[in-house]
Write a protein that binds this ligand. Structure first.
Ligand code: 5GP
Ligand code: ZN
Length: 111
């Protein structure tokens, strides 16, 4: 738990939030500023600043399993996952999260 970390507060229940999915170590909730009709954030309960600091391979698995379970629950078959790592590519919240977006067209590699 890191003080003044918004995702620590959400993931540990200090800020009441609705979870689309949760497991022992991971929660999934809606992004406050959605960039697609469905925009989920998959977040470890433990404070990890970014992907660079993620050493726990069991937690890595659990994060991806949470992506699978949350999308299955919402009946979403096609989705884009994004992990921003570092200010230079737009990471704003320094508590690791996987964006899961669905329900619109995406271009690749840009956009
Ligand atoms: P980043 O740019 O760090 O990859 O993404 C941070 C994401 O967190 C943004 O999409 C932003 O809308 C979302 N976000 C920031 N603060 C909150 C919050 O208090 N609640 C929720 N649900 N999402 C948040
Ligand atoms: Zn945190």
């Amino acid at each position: 738990m890191s003080e003044n970390c918004i995702f620590c507060k959400i993931a540990n229940g200090q800020i009441p939030s609705e979870f689309v999915y949760e497991s022992d170590n991971v929660v999934v909730f809606n992004d406050i500023n959605p960039q697609a009709p469905t925009h989920l954030l998959v977040v470890p309960r433990v404070h990890v600043e970014s992907l660079k600091e993620l050493k726990d391979t069991a937690l890595m698995s659990e994060l991806l399993i949470a992506v699978q379970e949350a999308t299955k629950k919402l009946d979403i078959s096609d989705y884009r996952t994004v992990i921003n790592t570092g200010k230079g590519v737009g990471q704003e919240v320094f508590h690791l999260h996987i964006h899961v977006m669905a329900g619109r067209e995406f271009s690749w590699p840009a956009g």
